[in-house]
Design a protein around this ligand. Structure first.
Ligand code: ATP
Ligand code: MG
Length: 422
């Protein structure tokens, strides 16, 4: 066996207890927020058949081309992938279990996603998303609901420097018209295309608009606009969404270059962006995907959803100086001697019966060293048991912030603690 220290996989982070407090707090806020809009939790496996993502996300996308952790199940040869996102799995689960039959669904999931990207601040190979999906809803009302939801969450979290970018991708026919025009346009400028754009010219020209290559920005700025191809229905949908947002005082910017990195979107797409996280500034992104349910093999059903990057959101909160919520310890139990040790364990359980948070000292040591640990634990009280006290079935209560130490019978302990803790 090698003595080399084992390390986590690059780009996959441990979340240590000091930071996990913030995660727990955040997850609780998020759960309340989702409850208040009637979204229900769904939990899918982390591993899915590779074909699901190929079919849902699209073969000519960053994710499927170069970011998926795919492998062969060595036992039966199945092609499997660690999920890079949750929408495809969610739709797969909904179809598999017939949830859409007769009833639209408001759903959410949270958890790890995996993408083989170059790790940097705000970009990891294992990261966490909160995904929200509404299936079976066609109208712009649900688009507005989801954007309003986001705005409410930012408010709850105290996040201010985040702006909403909005666009519409239209429907299949207008996209096909636009696509043809794009190909013609880029074919006239092949010399200005980089290698990736050249490769995508005929397979996925829309994604060229998403390029971050500075050398191509000028060319992209003058490319044919999808907005000019939209039909009346898609335009009305987009207008209705904007009207609702405006009525609620939600400020947005229409960004016609926003096309999103996955193929399944149509009509509404949006991103919430901050300038405070460097290049990784998108904290939340989503849109409508009316074609996906059918694409995965179900009866056509409209849908709308979004996903938030938890690491980026928490980085923003920490950047704001958000203090980590400290776990509360009510009592640190200090004890010495054999008889005292037995009583300590019983008394600890007795206190926990009424919801008191107790850390019982384990591992021996002098009273003095135990009191130091009590201090470091942040406990409000030390409950102290020596052998004399144990003989008399009594304990001492010592307020850690100063104040008089008192002695009480074990039988009276729970009642006495109430006076100290509330
Ligand atoms: P980007 O353009 O930053 O690569 P994306 O369009 O690939 O983002 P989505 O697939 O829309 O991202 O995922 C939704 C959100 O999940 C993103 O807005 C971001 O907050 C977060 N996210 C995506 N990829 C990562 C990653 N590798 N590490 C951390 N968070 C991520
Ligand atoms: Mg990406």
């Amino acid at each position: 066996m090698s003595n080399e220290t084992l390390q986590a996989v690059r780009g996959m982070n441990d979340i240590l207890p000091d930071e996990a407090g913030l995660w727990l707090w955040f997850e609780e806020v998020v759960r309340d927020w989702l409850d208040s809009y009637g979204y229900r939790n769904i939990r899918m496996p982390l591993v899915e058949p590779t074909s699901l993502f190929k079919r849902a996300i699209g073969e000519v996308t960053d994710i499927v081309e170069k970011e998926m952790y795919s492998f062969e199940d060595s036992l039966n040869g199945d092609q499997l992938t660690l999920r890079p996102e949750g929408t495809a799995s969610c739709v797969r689960a909904v179809l598999q279990h017939n949830l859409l039959y007769n009833a639209p669904q408001r759903l959410y999931y949270t958890g790890q996603m995996f993408r083989h990207e170059r790790p940097q601040k705000g970009r990891y190979r294992q990261f966490h998303q909160i995904g929200v999906e509404a299936l079976g809803f066609a109208g712009p009302d649900i688009d507005a609901e989801q954007i309003l939801m986001c705005a409410r969450l930012w408010k709850k979290l105290g996040i201010k420097d985040v702006t909403l970018q909005l666009n519409t991708l239209g429907d299949a026919e207008s996209r096909a018209r636009h696509r043809a025009k794009l190909i013609t346009y880029f074919e006239q400028h092949t010399a200005a295309l980089d290698a990736e754009a050249t490769r995508r010219l005929h397979s996925n020209p829309l994604r060229i608009l998403d390029s971050k290559n500075p050398a191509m920005q000028e060319l992209i700025a003058h490319a044919p606009k999808l907005m000019d191809e939209l039909d009346a229905e898609a335009l009305a949908h987009f207008q209705a969404l904007q009207d609702t947002l405006t009525a609620h005082g939600i400020v947005f910017e229409i960004n016609t270059r926003l096309v999103r990195g996955l193929d399944y979107y149509n009509r509404t797409v949006f991103e919430w962006v901050t300038t405070r996280l460097g290049a990784q500034g998108t904290i939340c992104a989503g849109g409508r995907y009316d074609g996906l349910v059918e694409q995965i093999g179900g009866k056509a059903a409209p849908a709308m959803g979004f996903a938030m990057g938890v690491e980026r959101l928490l980085a923003l909160l920490q950047d704001d100086g958000m203090a980590l919520p400290k776990p509360r310890v009510d009592v640190y139990l200090v004890h010495q001697g054999e008889l005292a040790a037995k009583l300590a364990s019983r008394v600890s359980e007795q206190m926990r019966d009424t919801g008191v948070r107790v850390v019982m000292h384990c591992g021996g040591g002098s009273f003095k060293s135990q009191m130091k640990k009590a201090d470091a634990s942040g406990a409000l009280l030390a409950v102290v048991i020596g052998d004399d006290e144990a003989q008399a079935r009594q304990v001492s209560i010592k307020p850690m912030q100063g104040g008089e130490q008192i002695k009480v019978d074990v039988a009276q302990l729970n009642d006495t603690l109430k006076q100290f803790l509330n």
